[in-house]
Design a binder for this molecule. Structure first.
Ligand code: SAM
Length: 239
């Protein structure tokens, strides 16, 4: 997807980028490939692929949870890596307040550099594991939205994300073709952690790849014992 195709696909979806925002995406792309030469950030480095599989794909969650486009609310992105999906969301919807979490210090340093270079405000970057940060009262049940992409299967991801979400907030699940199976396997985890599926959307990216966005409502408090200690959710998923 070229930059022009990216801009017009978003326009067709009702998302109009300004010249400044288009330039911020260009700066982000430049920093991603430059830094990736010495820090492992992503396997995707071709410009057309970065625009489709990182930038456009990250924004698809806002096609299905349209409130993200207008909100001044808070979103936490768990296992954000090089900033996906939260940095494209922040660039496209500057009123959104984002918190990015990652366990790898080198990726956190890259994110800090991007945020400074692009002049973004309303961004918090936290280095650590979701299991530890989810027990910190500063972050626990503080967010309107939690999301994550390519971090873990849904049963595990629920334990990484739902502890951060306020009652009345949402866990936004972004998945590929295994989404329905992962959701079925994750039902027990979602219910245990206070979540309930509201809606599942299936769609295709412009290259034909299947994607899902699933909206999970947080309607009960997460029991204190979750998240369990670092490493346990992936070794012994709930259910
Ligand atoms: N979300 C990004 C994306 O879609 O490109 C990065 C995906 S990358 C495959 C997974 C990232 O999750 C890595 O950067 C890793 O350090 C982070 N991660 C995995 N488990 C984590 C945990 N329990 N807490 C915090 N970060 C975690």
């Amino acid at each position: 997807m070229t930059v022009d195709e990216f801009v017009s696909a978003l326009k067709n979806a009702g998302i109009q980028l300004t010249e400044n925002q288009i330039q911020q995406f260009e700066q982000y792309f430049d920093m991603l490939v430059t830094t990736n030469a010495h820090v492992n950030l992503t396997a995707i480095t071709e410009k057309k692929d970065v625009y489709l599989k990182h930038f456009y794909d990250s924004l698809t969650v806002a096609h299905y949870e349209k409130a993200l486009q207008q909100t001044t609310g808070t979103l936490i992105d768990v296992g954000t890596g090089a900033g996906f999906p939260s940095l494209p969301l922040k660039i496209a919807f500057p009123n959104l307040q984002i918190t990015m979490v990652d366990a790898l210090q080198k990726r956190v340093k890259f994110l800090q550099d991007v945020v400074t270079t692009l002049g973004l405000t309303g961004v918090t970057i936290v280095h650590g594991r979701a299991e530890d940060i989810g027990q910190d009262p500063k972050y626990r049940e503080q967010f309107d939205y939690a999301t994550a992409r390519a971090v873990a299967r849904t049963s595990v991801l629920a334990e990484y994300t739902l502890p951060f979400v306020k009652i009345g907030g949402e866990f936004l699940v972004m998945k590929g073709s295994a989404a329905e199976q992962e959701l079925a396997d994750g039902q027990k985890a979602l219910a245990t952690l206070g979540g309930q599926l509201r809606e599942s959307f299936e769609f295709t990216l412009p290259n034909g790849d299947t994607r899902y966005v699933q909206i999970v409502d947080k309607n009960k408090k997460t029991p204190k014992k979750y998240p369990r200690q670092a490493g346990t959710p992936s070794k012994k998923p709930i259910g």
